[in-house]
Design a protein around this ligand. Structure first.
Ligand code: HPA
Ligand SMILES: [Zn+2]
Length: 333
């Protein structure tokens, strides 16, 4: 049995495995510029965030119907459950679909068909977080929030993703204020490729409760001190960092130093179909590469539930936390 954990940084569109991409392409009569799954996998050599995003947006062309989004989410939930994920807070990128003529209802209803039955089908509780694309305009983000209004009973919060550098959090002040007024929780990607100042701005201007990635906070000791003091969770994605070249190798990842500093770190998969592994694979990889002790791994799992948006179900959070404390690591060969 794998260590129980929550996944807090997961783009549902980034769970599109090559096999499912080809299946959906055939179902929808969409042609992909790759001969087969092997040729597609060959394209998974990224120089940076943008080179990944180009492929990520290109492959979304196969997602057209409610059933496509349902199948995508079910495939993710099954894989996540097998790796010990008990609770998943799932990002989606509506603007990328609206731009292709796929409306908000198709996306949210389709995802919900899987998320609404996830506890029964997979034993995984879920939340949905709608992300704004930061390389699109602030007006587009406001229109997207407006389009989501009929579905707010299914959406827990808002996030901010896509190309970071040159698109500081302040650009989205207005839409985050509007989201807060609607009772939505707030998170944002910051400090993945962008500078530590973007982390500070996301906290001070957007009022976010968690920072997605936040890796580059380590360049600013005063910021680290603040994140520790205010117990701001960071949703780290170690395999993503290697694939997008934000760290050279996993052995160079600052996760151990960040934990030593007292930061509330969590480990997540980001876009597992593209970056070489799901949540459990990320835990295994950091354990191996960084020599994390069982108590450090337990701390990461505990942090994931402490950082999750389970305020409306504290009983469940307590149950998950108890599972973490009771977990017995298997003997290693
Ligand atoms: O890792 C990421 N960073 C920013 N935007 C994204 N959209 C999907 N994955 C990512
Ligand atoms: Zn991400």
């Amino acid at each position: 049995m794998p260590l129980p954990k929550a996944e807090l940084h997961l783009h549902i569109e980034g769970t599109l495995e090559p096999e499912l991409a080809f299946e959906l392409a055939a179902r929808n009569g969409v042609s992909l510029p790759y001969a087969d799954t092997d040729e597609l996998r060959e394209a998974y050599r990224f120089a940076d965030l943008q080179s990944f995003l180009n492929l990520y947006y290109e492959l979304m062309a196969v997602l057209r119907t409610e059933r496509d989004f349902e199948d995508l989410a079910n495939a993710y939930l099954a894989r996540a459950a097998a790796q010990g994920v008990r609770h998943a807070e799932i990002f989606f990128d509506p603007q990328a679909h609206l731009a292709r003529g796929v409306d908000m209802g198709t996306v949210v209803e389709g995802l919900w068909r899987a998320l609404g039955s996830s506890e029964a089908a997979h034993g995984v509780s879920t939340r949905l977080i709608m992300c704004f694309l930061r390389d699109e305009s602030a007006e587009s983000a406001l229109r997207t929030l407006d389009a989501a209004k009929p579905y707010l009973d299914r959406i827990t919060g808002v996030g901010l993703d896509s190309a970071e550098v040159g698109h500081p959090p302040v650009k989205f002040r207005e839409v985050y204020e509007a989201a807060a007024a609607l009772g939505l929780r707030r998170v944002a990607h910051a400090g993945e490729e962008g500078p530590p100042e973007y982390v500070t701005e996301a906290l001070d201007v957007l009022g976010v409760e968690r920072i997605d990635h936040g890796l580059r906070c380590v360049e600013d000791p005063a910021l680290v001190e603040r994140l520790v003091r205010e117990r701001v969770p960071l949703t780290l994605c170690p395999l993503s960092n290697v694939r997008l070249r934000t760290v050279d190798t996993l052995a160079d990842h600052p996760l151990p130093a960040m934990l030593d500093a007292g930061l509330l770190c969590t480990v997540n998969s980001d876009d597992p179909a593209y970056f070489g592994g799901y949540a459990g694979d990320n835990f295994d990889a950091v354990r191996e590469a960084l020599g994390l002790t069982e108590e450090r791994l337990r701390e990461l799992a505990r942090n994931s539930f402490l950082a999750s948006f389970l305020e409306d179900d504290e009983e469940r959070r307590a149950r998950y936390l108890a599972e973490v404390e009771a977990y017995v690591f298997p003997r290693r060969a």
